[in-house]
Design a protein around this ligand. Sequence first.
Ligand code: BG6
Ligand code: MG
Length: 216
Amino acid sequence: MKKGFIFDLDGVITDTAKYHYLAWKYLAETIDIEIDIVFNEQLKGISRMDSLERILAHGNKSDAFTLSEKEALAHQKNTHYVELLQQLSPADLLPGVHEFLTEAKQKQIPCGIASASKNAPFILEKLEVADDFQIIVNPDTLKKGKPDPEIFLKAAEMLHITPEEAVAFEDAQAGLDAIKAAGMYAVGVLSGEALHGADILVHRLDELSIETLLAT
Ligand code: BG6
Ligand code: MG
């Protein structure tokens, strides 16, 4: 029997990948690096600084900046990203998410967020779903990012459930690998790229039956 749901945010609850992409692409251009939408797939689920490192490596500029310059670049990207997020509203919830969260609430199934994003609380407020989640893991408290299982294990601990009692949702391969390494049941949410290792794959959350998931 499953007792709780743990969600990635970007790409599962709402589609912010397009805003991350716009902000990174703009930032990369200021340092003469070109990225495209295919390259952007590699950044899904990866922390802000790790994303910057991948972009610098892509442009053969891994050693071109000091740590404080890199922090300034990441900050610049985030300022632009947060500007883009201002337009988010409940209409930006991905299809089926509102219905799924409403039913989970009715059934008193605790829900948590395991996202690498430091902007998660702000995004949940804009989407008007902050109250639907009992816990949000603060990525600043973690030693390792996805695909390490730490963030999902921490979410389960905060929800007072075991990993075996958790169903976790991810749209990125790094996140799915983290869920499986945590020993949890994995729902892969497809948004284009193929995903490997999920226990079940869906395009939208309303393809799932909560009853069936809980009985898994
Ligand atoms: C993840 C996204 O959810 O959060 C990544 O998939 C992003 O693309 C990461 O880099 C960190 O987000 P933020 O908002 O802290 O820069
Ligand atoms: Mg994601």
